[in-house]
Design a protein around this ligand. Structure first.
Ligand code: FES
Ligand code: FE2
Length: 387
């Protein structure tokens, strides 16, 4: 049986993960889940903090507490913590008494905001955050789909996003209507720990307003450029050179729990001219496309994405040329797992570590004096608020 990348595979700790829309984190602590673990997000005096959602005292959820200036205050006994995780007050000890040295909230290796999302890296990530050049380009309207949850594992949803051969079948009622079933050869180009995929096709472009007047043909060239960065950051730029328009989709996944993935989709298009009606229409259409994908992905009897095998053994996948992007995804994720520790071995180690770390109030894999210490944390970026 090939190894599988599940939503709780411990190697995923070494990646940036979206955990909320920026707009969802306001004045109160926010509880989120990532890789089967609870985290709390809070803005402490405007600086974003992410802690394991367990107070080091009696392991109460810090998300049940409140924000008071630059501190998060535990709801149970009022211990206070600043953005580094340092405990600044223990009311039961009285004023002026030093707080216990080990009384620290466990901070993520990194927390930041980009592209309108809050991101956590529980441990040092193997890849940088994905870029979104269209966000800074003039003429692009931006709209978010409401984040949705799916029981499908994040890795399967990432694979589905990179897959084009399913369009005429899964999306016969939307984007796949009349699309050629043949997937022409395409290029996969390494890009750091991820890759880009570029393909050229001829498709119907009914959204081009000049099609109706006969000035543009219905069947037009489409250049599709996928960008992928591990573990689950994806971008698709669709260019219609005949209509001179670009339609970009940012698609990022939060592996919350074994059977729960939260999906963030943002559209950036330069063909809608700021027209609110057309922007809302575009979002509804994209939601319909996503719904078609989820309906099938949620029926898979798989708890994760198979990372190896050539189809010669039961339970392995058979890949063809059209699957080159999906094969590249599997390789990138396998490389992530191999870089930070084999999936099976790491998961075994992780289980042992869970027991040890639970006793210390740390999330699995977080070692005392290790990467969670403040000096290892990436500088906070607050320049990118919701777009
Ligand atoms: S459990 Fe948080 S202060 Fe006691
Ligand atoms: Fe799809």
């Amino acid at each position: 049986m090939p190894r599988r990348l599940r939503n709780t595979t411990s190697a995923l700790r070494h990646g940036w993960h979206p955990v909320a829309r920026s707009a969802e984190v306001r004045d109160e602590p926010v509880a989120v889940r990532l890789l089967g673990q609870p985290w709390v997000l809070a803005r402490l005096d405007g600086t974003l903090a992410a802690f394991a959602d367990r107070c080091p005292h009696r392991l109460a959820p810090l998300s049940a507490g409140r924000v008071d200036g630059q501190e998060i205050v535990c709801a149970y006994h009022g211990w206070r913590f600043v953005v580094s995780g340092e405990c600044t007050a223990v009311p039961a000890l009285g004023a002026g008494v030093p707080t216990p040295r080990r009384a620290r909230a466990v901070a993520a290796w990194g927390v930041t905001e980009r592209h309108g999302l809050v991101w956590i890296a529980p441990a040092e990530p193997v890849a940088d955050l994905i870029e979104l050049p269209e966000a800074d380009q003039a003429g692009f309207d931006s709209v978010w789909l409401t984040p949705v949850r799916s029981s499908a594992p994040a890795a399967l949803l990432a694979d589905n996003f990179l897959d084009t051969a399913h369009f005429p079948f899964v999306h016969a009622a939307t984007i796949g209507a009349g699309e050629d079933t043949v997937v022409p050869p395409y290029r996969v180009t390494p890009d750091g720990a991820g890759f880009t995929v570029r393909m050229e096709q001829e498709v119907a472009n009914p959204e081009d307003p000049l099609v109706g007047s006969g000035e543009h043909p219905l069947i037009q060239r489409r250049w599709s450029t996928y960008g992928y960065q591990p573990p689950f950051m994806l971008r698709l730029r669709l260019e219609y050179p005949d209509a001179a328009t670009t339609n970009t989709i940012l698609f990022c996944l939060q592996p919350e729990d074994e059977r729960s993935t939260r999906i963030y989709t943002r559209l950036l298009r330069d063909d809608l001219g700021g027209d609110e009606t057309r922007i809302a229409q575009a979002a509804r259409f994209e939601q319909a496309v996503l719904d078609e994908d989820l309906a099938l992905q949620e029926r898979f009897d798989l708890d994760g994405l198979p990372l190896g095998g050539d189809g010669s053994q039961p339970g392995e996948e058979v890949s063809i040329r059209a699957d080159a992007a999906g094969v590249a995804l599997r390789r990138a994720l396998a490389a992530l797992v191999d870089t930070v520790g084999g999936a099976d071995g790491a998961d075994r180690a992780d289980r042992a570590d869970t027991r040890a770390s639970d006793a210390a109030g740390r999330p699995p894999g977080e070692h005392p004096g290790g990467r969670s210490e403040p000096e290892f944390r990436r500088p906070l970026s607050r320049d990118q608020r919701p777009g």
